[in-house]
Write a protein that binds this ligand. Structure first.
Ligand code: HEM
Length: 416
């Protein structure tokens, strides 16, 4: 990767390996002495937290798969069997279900951090795009995992979401319906659907692992951004990753795991929906079909638009637009800290996403629908108008000369 290696093998065995497969050298260079900005705050610990939860999901998922039966007549009962009969099965399942929520919570904080500090800007565009791809695959994986329980919400969520493809019928007659039936493997959601969702739910986490390796590789070429958005200029601006950030990341991980444990042990079903404890019934549609909390903002965008096809386009657009953030944002400074006007728009965008999330859980009628449309309009206006235009107009506030100046509290040139 980007920096000269400083590794020297400590003994003959280490030298023998180093000449053949230099893993120890790679770990030393990339996670031992790797130069990090000295001013990172706790928002920079979420990448490590995400890595931790990826491992938790893989390990608990592999154990669950040993007992789960992917058949429409047995899936729901096999989950109950895991909960009641399998040793520690309840723990594996509650860790996996709540682990998904923690994973998304950490991902949202990680993304918001990237947006606030302009971490997507050059030279970190590919790192950011890989992040968005990870996010999309995470969403697909979580959706498929939820379906496997084969409860009422699972079944009807799959029916609603797969049916979105039928909106293509309005472009070419019959195209959408053909795609939907191809996905289902029949004329409704059923056993073939469950089997393919299970197969993909097991496959996609490994795709995420591959993308995460590329993500961290792409991070270690320019190195981390930091709260000032100013690059490392001198040696005093940086500190080695170990021990400083291994300890800081480890501490943050412990605190986050306490929140995770609080859910797993004290409120394991708080984030779920009671209807998913009712076995799937194709003859009874629940009155309100709601996805898991982490999909609610997108669900609100989907439902804000009366036309099915345009709703789907808005839903897909709300996520894929993130890929273009590095080019939509025209500001010359990275960090929002030095953007006096954008700061307020950023806060409004965060509130907007929370409001969308709230509305996603409400029926799309009356005031909920009107506010949902306004919030959807602001979501797109923020990305397509505020980011490109404000960058041209706004005058950044005075910035410190370097990371060290900022840490030492030296007044920026021109500051009062
Ligand atoms: C499985 C999910 C993910 C994992 C394991 C992961 C891992 C990491 C790690 C370990 C770092 C370095 C530590 C840090 O800056 O927090 C990082 C940085 C970063 N990640 Fe992720 N990430 C994930 C998802 C995402 C997503 C969804 C995005 C954006 C859409 C994203 C964007 C970024 C950016 C821009 C940085 C650089 C931050 C900076 O240097 O300021 N990541 N990621």
């Amino acid at each position: 990767m980007a920096h000269e290696s400083t590794f020297t093998p400590g003994n003959r065995l280490s030298k023998w390996f180093d000449d053949r497969l230099p893993i120890e050298r790679m770990m030393h260079d990339q996670f031992g002495v790797f130069p990090m900005p000295r001013n990172l705050n706790y928002l920079w610990t979420f990448g490590g937290i995400l890595t931790f939860f990826l491992v938790v999901q893989l390990l608990t998922g592999i154990v669950l798969a040993m007992h789960f039966v992917p058949h429409e007549t047995m899936a729901f009962d096999s989950v109950e069997h895991i909960m009641r009969d399998v040793n520690w099965g309840w723990l594996m399942r509650y860790m996996h279900a709540n682990g998904a929520s923690m994973f998304f919570l950490a991902a949202y904080i990680h993304i918001a951090r990237g947006m606030y500090y302009g971490s997507y800007k050059a030279p970190r565009e590919i790192l950011w795009i890989l992040g968005v791809l990870i996010f999309v695959v995470m969403m697909a994986t979580a959706f498929m995992g939820y379906s496997l329980v084969w409860g009422q919400m699972s079944f009807w969520a799959v029916t609603v979401i797969t049916n979105l493809f039928s909106s293509l019928d309005s472009i070419i007659d019959g195209l959408g319906t053909t795609i939907v039936q191809w996905i289902w493997g029949g004329f409704s959601v059923g056993n073939p659907t469950l089997n393919r969702l299970y197969s993909l739910h097991y496959l996609l986490p490994f795709v995420i692992c591959g993308l995460v390796v590329l993500h961290i590789w792409a991070l270690h070429i320019p190195g981390s951004n930091n709260p000032t958005g100013i690059d490392i200029k001198t040696k005093s601006d940086s500190i080695p990753f170990t021990p400083y950030y291994t300890v800081k990341d480890g501490f943050a991980m412990c605190v986050f795991v306490m929140l995770f444990a609080a859910f797993v042990f004290y409120a394991p079903n708080y984030l779920g929906h009671p209807d998913n404890y009712v076995e799937a019934n194709p003859l009874a549609t629940p009155p309100h079909i709601v996805p898991e909390w982490y999909f609610l903002p997108y669900y609100a965008i989907l439902r804000a638009i009366p036309d099915k096809l345009f709703g789907v386009i808005a839903f897909a657009g709300s996520i894929s637009l993130l890929l273009f953030l590095p080019w939509l944002d025209t500001s010359k400074v990275r960090s929002t800290r030095y953007r006096p006007i954008y700061k307020w728009f950023f806060a409004l965008f965060m509130i907007d996403v929370v409001v969308l999330g709230y509305l996603g859980a409400k029926p799309p009628e009356g005031w909920y629908l009107i506010i949902g449309r306004l919030a959807t309009a602001y979501y797109f206006a923020h990305l397509l108008l505020v980011l490109p235009l404000l960058g041209w107009i706004e005058k950044p506030s005075a910035m410190p000369g370097s990371i060290t100046d900022d840490v030492l509290g030296k007044k920026p040139a021109g500051a009062k």
